[in-house]
Design a protein around this ligand. Structure first.
Ligand code: DGY
Length: 329
């Protein structure tokens, strides 16, 4: 019997591609070419499954051009690149990679918070540029992490990981806002108090964004929300580009309406709003919150395991939708 045909849409660990070859007829992309939607659709025309990395858009038009496609396994916990309704309607399974990246991403959120509040990038540029000729009492004086108030918007697994680091490790007062409130037991574990969004923005010394990107979360932080924040506050976005209005943020940073921001994700990435590149009080990283070797391997392996389990008849391990059994392609 012929093996199912799989496309691995971006370069991933070669040994994990080899593992997929034990089960599937695999077309890989070792040169990591960024295909246009039309090029991706052409490659998917004869494929039964695809391993995506979060930057390939799977929508109704692509599904129509890929009549054999049965499963899209995203190597990411976020899956805003999937039109889930279109996939479900077409009987196509979607999967993501939750849990395996939670602690690594929470570590990074904290690293970015600390780098931002303590002005590490700005001061390193100053030093490298040979501008450090004397010590002074207020040189790169930032804001404290310990004992301050951390406001987390989006309290899923990663948000909870950040809350625990802040509350237990740094003695922070943690407040959060989320679509739904956590159970009393989880709130106690995270030492976190539920508040409204405006109260969080007005009260927090540091605001951390960890919400999934949806139409409803688009521009969760825009000019009005930035206007509510303390002038001494920092804003950290490790969620998705589009959660923050980057143009409005650049204005707020330039005019010092807030003290600083740390951004790992951007609207229209890998492009970055040009004004963010010229303001000094922002730390910019290229979407690397989950980027440790063990975690990226675990993500790739989980995406591969989803494909193997699905075609092995055992069902997807970490589904993001539930196409009706009768509708599955
Ligand atoms: C995720 O897993 O969603 C990360 O942002 C990596 O894409």
């Amino acid at each position: 019997m012929s093996k199912p045909r799989i496309l691995v849409a971006r370069a991933i660990f070669p040994d994990i591609v080899d593992r997929l070859r034990e089960h599937f007829d695999v077309e890989a992309n070792p040169d990591d070419v960024i295909w246009t939607p039309a090029e991706l659709a052409a490659r998917l025309a004869d494929k039964d499954g695809v391993l995506t990395t979060g930057s390939q858009r799977i929508d109704a038009a692509l599904l129509a051009a890929a009549p054999r496609l049965k499963i899209c396994a995203n190597m990411a916990v976020g899956y805003n690149n999937f039109d889930v309704d279109a996939m479900t309607a077409a009987g196509v399974q979607g999967t993501n990679t939750p849990d395996v990246l939670t602690e690594t991403t929470a570590d990074f959120g904290f690293a970015l918070l600390m780098a931002t509040a303590r002005r590490m990038a700005e001061s390193e540029h100053f030093l490298r540029a040979g501008q450090w000729t004397k010590w002074s009492y207020d040189m790169f004086a930032g804001s404290d992490i310990h004992g301050s108030t951390l406001g987390i918007i989006g309290m899923g697994r990663i948000g909870q990981g950040i809350a625990k680091r802040g509350a237990h490790g740094f003695g922070m007062k943690v407040i959060y806002h989320n679509r739904s409130r956590l159970s009393t037991a989880l709130e106690a574990e995270c030492k976190a108090t539920y508040v409204g969004k405006d109260e969080l923005l007005r009260t927090a010394d540091h605001v951390m964004l960890v919400v999934p990107y949806t139409a409803a979360s688009h521009h969760t932080i825009g000019a009005a929300e930035l206007g509510l924040m303390k002038p001494t506050a920092t804003l950290i976005n490790i969620a998705r580009g589009g959660i923050v209005d980057d143009a409005a943020l650049a204005v707020a940073l330039r005019e010092r309406r807030i003290a600083a921001a740390g951004l790992d994700v951007f609207e229209g990435e890998p492009s970055v709003h040009p004004d963010l590149l010229t303001v000094p009080n922002v730390v910019l990283t290229p979407h690397i919150a989950s980027a440790t070797v063990p975690t990226r391997r675990a993500m790739a392996n989980l995406a591969a395991d989803n494909l193997i389990a699905f075609f092995g008849g055992r069902g997807p391990l970490t589904p993001v939708n539930q196409p009706q059994a009768g509708l599955l392609r």
